[in-house]
Design a protein around this ligand. Structure first.
Ligand SMILES: [Zn+2]
Length: 294
């Protein structure tokens, strides 16, 4: 049922950069330089806090000042023993702990649109419920308000392009997810259920930022072959959504391909992932793969 192949168009942009040294860090990135040349005085550019070392490597990989992180707001701050460092940017905070990789701090905050929920990163608390949900127009499903507004725009654009979509499933509570997962386990057994459904407290649907879209008359098994699925793969990023579980990423995301499962991350990050050719949220944000539960 969930074995169809999905092929999307991927724009691959190769970024070439060196690991920042103290001296190189003072120089603006090529992207930052373009911004400075058009709408910022050189003095203001020189006054920006430097981005150095591993933070610089990460920042450039996500398109520097032009990416979702934007400009640095403060210099890097480290603990006295230098076992932990962080740096604030316009679009989030980078953190590093000794023994692990640089990642985006907001990806751990359940209420953030950048939150990463997977088999290794449950919601916190596991029974988390979004403070506000809104019904998506033309459906009986609810999402966080900004995701609902973005989805309505996406669906209007899809319909205008002749590929109308239906909302199948939006927010799911902890209790609902518990029964959904139990049903899959009863049907297919635990091993297969874990490839197609999340355990309660580990589902993106519980954040109110994920939605399953389908075409009238199509099931999950056939959606991947529809023009709608191709349209979604090409255009979702324009509205701040990503196709979260892509083909060939099971070892990173922990799930079989789901061309119908869209996750709202905001336009800046969705566009960045598209431009960088990133195939998973984990990979793009520097977060460890989550092939299974611990
Ligand atoms: Zn889904």
């Amino acid at each position: 049922m969930h074995s169809q192949r999905w092929t999307g168009i991927v724009v691959v942009l190769t970024l070439t950069f060196g690991v920042g040294t103290g001296a190189a860090a003072a120089a603006p990135t090529p992207q930052a330089h373009v911004v400075a040349a058009t709408d910022a005085a050189p003095a203001a550019d020189a006054a920006r806090p430097p981005v150095t070392g591993g933070f610089r490597t990460f920042w450039l990989r996500v398109r520097g000042a032009d990416g979702f992180l934007g400009e640095p707001l403060a210099p890097r701050a480290c603990t006295k023993a230098r076992t932990r460092c962080s740096q604030r940017f316009e679009g989030g905070t980078l953190t590093w702990r000794k023994g692990s990789r640089v990642e985006v701090a907001e990806s751990r905050e359940t209420s953030s649109v950048l939150v990463v929920v997977n088999k290794r990163r449950p919601l916190s608390p596991r029974t988390y419920a979004p403070p506000k949900l809104r019904t998506v127009k033309g459906s009986n499903q609810r999402l966080r308000p900004q995701a609902a507004t973005a989805l309505e725009k996406l669906m209007r654009a899809a319909a205008a392009d002749g590929v109308p979509l239906n909302v199948r499933s939006g927010h799911r509570s902890y209790a609902t997810q518990k029964s959904v997962y139990a049903r899959w386990v009863r049907t297919y057994g635990k091993a297969r259920a874990d490839r197609i459904s999340a355990r309660a407290g580990h589902s993106e649907h519980q954040t109110g930022l994920a939605v399953d879209v389908l075409t009238r008359g199509h099931s999950f098994g056939t959606f991947g072959r529809t023009p709608q699925a191709r349209w979604v793969a090409r255009n979702a990023h324009r509205y701040g959504f990503i196709v979260r579980y892509r083909a060939g990423q099971e070892k990173v995301t922990g799930y079989s391909p789901e061309p119908w499962h869209l996750r709202y991350v905001g336009v800046a990050l969705a566009r960045d992932m598209r431009l960088a050719g990133s195939r998973s949220l984990e990979g793009h944000l520097g977060i460890a793969a989550a092939p299974g539960y611990r």
